[in-house]
Design a protein around this ligand. Structure first.
Ligand SMILES: CSC[C@H]1O[C@H](OP(=O)(O)O)[C@H](O)[C@@H]1O
Length: 355
């Protein structure tokens, strides 16, 4: 698999996911503004991946302002962080990662700027490295709920391309495949940005994991007819009660899963849990441009002037979720207590606090 992101010299290099699978091209971020654009325009996407990219964006900002006075340095980095954190509103990992970088700055604010820079680079590298380890742990735990020979449905892309590597939902699928369970996958194309067709299919075909691509509307028939043994998807923000925001269409799948008795698992790192919100009603759902719906790769498919509603995510209620697979184990309903027990394992910051 290609690196979703890597930091070389003074540049964050992203695989340009807007171009996959037809073209493998790379997008270079030389400052935090490039990172903000890359996240907002989905050059890089997927909650953990945008978190890691955001962390390097903070480092790039600190590098840019390092020759200012200490007061100006902290002020300008904080301003840059507020730009970065606004790139996309739903995936909590962006906020979590920038909070973590801000905490590192606060803890070391009395050190020379040169040392703070080194610390920030190390913190961003740690966030990236830890993400791969986290996903491998998610895969290990998730594999426990995948039956031998299972047919798995997944939605959108929660793979290596949505993370720094290995993937969350696709991490579970990789672990099951690698353990010889002879699984096969159905991948929803996932309108309108087609992450399933363009990215999940790309990852699984590359690795020889049996995958069948379907239009989103086919999933209901497969679930009704007992073809799907288990559904595994990613997440962008999980509330304290287990309500989960994920790619638009996940809620619909969860209703079908309940109706036809198919287990549906969320695979996500603890960094995707927002301990500050009680339930899914508090999750901001990103609305994206109408062109994502009226055009496919630049080709117009809908008439000029048509109204468009394009929410990028929806919220699946906790009662529709069989289990939440994290790197600390699988949380089962009722979720409140199990999720609360994970709070101590997640570093939180205060993005509006004083640096
Ligand atoms: C491993 S997080 C993946 C998560 O992010 C995707 O959203 P987007 O492609 O818009 O960034 C989708 O919700 C995936 O489940």
């Amino acid at each position: 698999m290609y690196d979703t992101l890597k930091f070389e010299g003074d540049t964050l290099i992203l695989i340009d996911q807007r171009k996959l699978p037809q073209k493998v091209e790379f997008f270079k971020c030389r400052d935090y503004r490039d990172v903000e654009f890359a996240i907002a325009d989905m050059v890089v996407r997927g909650a953990p991946a945008i978190g890691a990219a955001g962390a390097y964006g903070v480092y790039l900002a600190a590098s840019e302002f390092k020759n200012n006075s200490e007061e100006v340095f902290f002020k300008k980095v904080k301003e840059a962080n507020k730009v970065l954190v606004k790139a996309r509103p739903t995936a909590v990992n962006l906020f979590w990662a920038i909070n973590r970088m801000e905490q590192a700055m606060k803890r070391n604010r009395n050190k020379p700027v040169s040392e703070i820079l080194e610390i920030l680079r190390e913190e961003a590298d740690n966030i990236a490295r830890e993400d791969v380890e986290t996903n491998q742990a998610i895969g290990k735990f998730g594999n426990e709920v995948i039956p031998q020979g299972a047919t798995i449905l997944t939605h959108c892309n929660a793979g290596a391309l949505a993370t720094v590597g290995y993937g969350t939902a696709l991490g579970v699928i990789r672990a099951a495949h690698e353990s010889g369970k002879n699984i096969k996958v159905y991948a929803d194309e996932t309108r309108p940005r087609l992450q399933g067709a363009r990215l999940t299919a790309f990852e699984l075909v590359e690795e020889g994991i049996p995958v069948t691509l379907i239009a989103d509307s086919v999933a209901a028939t497969l679930i009704r007819d007992g073809v799907i043994d288990v559904i595994v998807v990613g997440a962008d923000r999980i509330a304290s009660n287990g309500d989960t925001a994920n790619k638009i269409g996940t809620f619909m799948l969860s209703e079908l899963a309940v109706r036809f008795g198919v287990p549906l698992y969320i695979a996500a790192p603890v960094s995707t849990i927002d301990f500050d919100i009680n339930d899914g009603s508090e999750i901001v759902i990103e609305e994206r441009s109408p062109e994502e719906v009226t055009h496919i790769q630049g080709i117009q498919i809908a008439p000029d002037g048509v109204e468009v509603y394009n929410p990028a995510f929806d919220v699946t209620p906790a009662e529709n979720i069989t289990g939440i697979i994290t790197e600390k184990g699988i949380i089962e309903p009722p979720y409140k207590e199990g999720i609360a027990s994970l709070k101590s394992s997640q570093k939180k910051g205060d993005i509006d606090g004083q640096l």
